[in-house]
Design a protein around this ligand. Structure first.
Ligand code: SAH
Ligand code: SF4
Length: 406
């Protein structure tokens, strides 16, 4: 909508139920669902079939209540409704950018003695696909010096339910589920969906919440449910080397590495985890990542910091470092945030850097900022939050587009 200045901020919290005391089936794996069914006395010989039914309704059809599960007997629907919910988080706010980027502020109930937490999930529509940027933690234990999340303490890990719920809410709000279409019986084909790609590039380090992220991504990639192919899911890590082989073996999605520097002394500063797992060890883990080929490459994220990591010599070293690894390079213009010690490289510098990388045979897309008007960008969300009462930062877009070109 050209010329539209005002933000489309919708308060939808009132419409959403706050968490019921009943356990939620959202985010459950097939094994979890089987246990839940056993706990209400479903006979063992029926468990498999009932799991398949629930799976279909919760993840493929995306229904929010048991009433809609028309092939489940009325009696069982009543028991299920009495004992469980299909939880949705509270949507505190939904913002739509003039470029179509959407940002949701989701509130999840307290766990144990904790407080409710809020996370942001961002949707970026592009030609022929739409990418959802999902968070894995509230805050982060790591302290990358250019990242705003790095200034926030880890509040807690998100659960598998909360990770899957970010995807379900986005699909629901975008009208991606078949029960929301004009022909409620129709199964929406994969290509017809708004959310076609997922990037774990929101708040937090996904590999430090390994089990929940693994389970959630296996639910998301299940072909009988949310049906996002693993090739269209990208897990981004700052380089938790010992867990990269497990990510390959147990999750099997695409991998993105937040590299950002080509020398250990500089990377130690930008990504302090490098002191524990230096560049050589990280590269070795990348080389060993299963299933790599020209069609299945690792994305290396590289944030462009003025006068810090953006020289042509850095670009040449980057190319040398990645030799032999099927790789894509994602150049991310730095998103400044109040109090950050860095500036974004000049456009010419970024282009010169990209040229060196291109000449070496790598496509090196430079991410164009999206959703600026709703502050859906790295490192900006905290300041946004202060003004818009959006408390947590989620991640963004800049690096998203090139994470998976499929
Ligand atoms: N913790 C994971 C995933 C979340 S961060 C990781 O570090 O990979 C997602 C991406 O955003 C990372 O590549 C991160 O380095 C980058 N990023 C963080 N803050 C940024 C900023 N202010 N500007 C540009 N990119 C940023
Ligand atoms: Fe954490 Fe990633 Fe930010 Fe580093 S870049 S502080 S790992 S969220």
């Amino acid at each position: 909508m050209p010329g539209r200045e005002a933000l489309d901020i919708m308060k939808v919290a009132e419409a959403q139920p706050v968490r019921d005391a009943k356990p939620s089936l959202m985010g459950m794996t097939r094994d979890d669902l089987a246990d839940a069914l056993r706990s209400i006395g479903i006979e063992e010989r029926q468990v498999r079939m009932r799991v398949a039914q629930l799976w279909h309704w919760i993840y493929l059809r995306g229904v929010p209540s048991f009433e809609r599960m028309t092939n489940v007997s009325k009696d069982l629907r009543a028991v299920l409704a009495e004992r469980f919910v299909i939880g949705r988080p509270e949507i505190v706010a939904e913002q739509v950018s003039v470029d179509g980027t959407r940002k949701w502020l989701l509130r999840f109930p307290p766990r144990g003695a904790g407080r409710p937490v809020e996370v942001e999930t961002v949707y970026i529509p592009e030609e022929g696909r739409g990418t959802l940027c999902v968070s894995s933690q509230v805050g982060c234990t790591l302290t990358c010096s250019f990242c705003h999340t790095g200034t926030q303490k880890l509040v807690r890990n998100l659960t598998k339910e909360e990770i899957v719920a970010q995807i379900v809410v986005a699909r629901e709000r975008l009208g991606d589920f078949p029960h929301m279409s004009a022909e409620p019986g129709a199964i929406v084909p994969r290509e017809g969906r708004f959310v076609s790609n997922i990037v774990m590039m929101g708040m937090g380090e996904p590999l430090y919440n390994f089990d929940a992220v693994r389970d959630a991504l296996l639910v998301a990639s299940d072909g009988e449910g949310l049906s996002l192919s693993k090739r269209r899911i990208t897990l981004s890590t700052s380089g938790v080397v010992p867990l990269i082989p497990r990510a390959g073996a147990e999750i099997g999605t695409m991998l993105a590495i937040s590299l950002h520097a080509v020398r250990d002394d500089l990377r130690d500063e930008l990504v302090p985890l490098n002191r524990k797992y230096p560049i050589a060890a990280l590269m070795e883990a990348c080389r060993a990542y299963p299933g790599l080929s020209n069609a299945r490459r690792i994305t290396f994220e590289y944030v462009m910091l003025k006068g810090v990591n953006d020289s042509p010599a850095d670009a040449r070293e980057l190319v040398r470092l990645l030799r032999g690894i099927p790789a894509k390079i994602n150049l991310i213009p730095f998103n400044p945030w109040p109090g950050s010690a860095y500036a974004c490289s000049d456009w010419d510098t970024i282009e010169t850097f990209a040229e060196v990388v291109n000449r070496a045979g790598y496509a090196s897309p430079i991410r164009t900022p999206r959703g600026r008007d709703i502050l859906a960008a790295c490192g900006q969300l905290k300041s946004a939050s202060e003004r818009l009462k959006v408390r947590e930062r989620l991640a963004l877009e800049a690096m998203i587009g090139g994470a998976d070109e499929d």
